[in-house]
Design a protein around this ligand. Structure first.
Ligand SMILES: NC(=O)c1ccc[n+]([C@@H]2O[C@H](COP(=O)([O-])OP(=O)(O)OC[C@H]3O[C@@H](n4cnc5c(N)ncnc54)[C@H](O)[C@@H]3O)[C@@H](O)[C@H]2O)c1
Length: 424
């Protein structure tokens, strides 16, 4: 039976965690009575964030600097984890083993072992572990998902995506701002942030449900962007101006799937450039291509004039709007990356309230996050293909049906929406 009110704790209150906490505490039916960050001021600030939320009902909010203490002392239905990439899995496992559902912010895995630990903890406890991949809920991604599922692209053959985001200042100022990315760029070399585009692509290609990712090959360029930025902004004598960063400026990965599809991912965060996720979907009936964040192009048989010239996808998005976005736009889009943050939090909260399978489950979480450490191995071996584990242990060929819901990203569940002409 649906729980009217659920208690969700939050661990990790940097820029992202505190922003998401402010939204989560406003989701109807959610209260956030416990917050944690190992930096005491951030933990204390978390309490203020909850108290300043619209509709805050005056409940007590306690802060912690140790998540283990919080898990031991608090009675919570779930926990949202927004710490650093190398701590998400460990905290999610502890949360599930302490009887809570877990949601983790995006980032890649440091080892295959930690992915298996998440899978085992979820299977053994019956608690879920959902990656909060907000891009699965972006307006364009959802419209394209609906178009693919309606067969408008024909059979999908190839997809591309990227995390192309100039983060030179955010990475370089990691020590001053207590921000986790810097240490990764100083020590690792691979596809460090795969899931923003891989998540929506995997849902299009039915990964873990009748399809799976088999291998990944990754090649990294040289690493010069961060040194140059530090020289220019901090001076020749600054330690990072001559630091031998290991993370290549551009890392390109190719993933091969069981049914023959290919996926190309690009990680690109340490050179000057405009933000873009480089989404490409190519099938037997045509192509969608994100040229820049706003220039979205489409050439599709039966939809556009012809397939030899691109047209502006923005002229089509309303026609193919996902019903979740149709409803959301009518009700009023909330802040947070164009509105997708609110939707991913509502999806998480709905699964907690129903005490049921989330739209992005532990198998998705493990498979998507695993690309990071596997790509590091491939880069280290000069681009050799590395096998991707099957975290479902063979069940991908015949799994129990997914749970249908308004927030489902395995199918468009029209039955949850008002489909009258008026609503459309
Ligand atoms: N989905 C998105 O659009 C989006 C956007 C920004 C960031 N993120 C992700 O969100 C996560 C957090 O990002 P951020 O920029 O706030 O990172 P950050 O490094 O600035 O903050 C992380 C916080 O976690 C705390 N922390 C680390 N380990 C902890 C532990 N063991 N116990 C308690 N607290 C701990 C740190 O003290 C810090 O305050 C990252 O994974 C990042 O990739 C996602």
């Amino acid at each position: 039976m649906k729980k009217e009110t659920v208690r969700i704790g939050v661990v990790g209150l940097g820029g992202r965690g505190s922003g998401m906490l402010g939204l989560l505490a406003e989701v109807p039916g959610v209260i956030c009575p416990a917050v944690c960050d190992r930096v005491p001021e951030r933990a204390a600030h978390g309490v203020e964030v909850v108290k300043e939320c619209d509709g805050y009902a005056g409940y007590e909010v306690r802060s912690y600097t140790d998540y283990k203490e919080m898990f031991a002392k608090e009675t919570l239905d779930a926990v949202m984890i927004s710490t650093t990439w190398i701590t998400h899995a460990e905290i999610a496992v502890a949360a599930m083993r302490a009887g809570m559902h877990a949601a983790i912010e995006v980032g890649g895995a440091a080892s295959i072992e930690e992915c298996w630990q998440m899978v085992r903890a979820s299977e053994e406890t019956g608690k879920f572990c959902m990656l909060l991949e907000n891009c699965c809920y972006d307006r364009k991604e959802m419209a394209l998902f609906k178009m693919v599922k309606e067969g408008l692209f024909g059979e999908v053959v190839h997809c591309e995506g990227g995390y192309r985001h100039d983060l030179r200042d955010e990475i370089s100022l990691g020590r001053e701002n207590i921000h986790g990315r810097l240490y990764n760029f100083q020590n690792r070399n691979g596809e460090l942030y795969p899931t923003h585009q891989l998540g929506p692509i995997c849902k299009l290609l039915d990964i873990n449900r009748k399809n799976r990712m088999l291998t990944v090959c990754s090649v990294a360029s040289k690493a010069v962007g961060l040194r140059e930025w530090n020289k220019k902004n901090k001076g020749e004598d600054y330690d990072l101006s001559s630091y031998p960063f290991t993370q290549g400026d551009i890392v390109t990965s190719i993933i091969k799937c069981a049914h023959g599809e290919t996926i190309v991912l690009t990680h690109d965060c340490s050179l000057p450039r405009p933000y873009c996720r480089d989404y490409v979907i190519q099938g037997t009936k045509g192509i969608f291509k994100e040229a820049t964040e706003r220039e979205l192009r489409i050439a599709l048989e039966g939809v556009t004039e012809n397939t030899h010239t691109f047209e502006d996808f923005n002229n089509y998005i309303e026609k193919y709007e996902h019903p979740l976005w149709r409803e959301y736009r009518t009700d009023g889009v909330k802040a947070g990356h164009g509105g997708m943050d609110w939707l991913v939090l509502c999806a998480f909260a709905e699964a907690v309230q129903e005490d049921a399978e989330p739209p992005i489950d532990v198998y998705d979480t493990a498979a998507w996050m695993a690309i990071t450490c596997l790509s590091e191995q491939s880069v280290a071996m000069g681009g050799m293909p590395v096998p991707i584990p099957d975290f479902t242990n063979g069940k991908w060929i015949d799994r129990a049906p997914f749970r249908r819901s308004k927030f489902c990203v395995n199918a468009v569940c029209e039955e949850y929406f008002d489909n009258t002409e008026e609503a459309k």
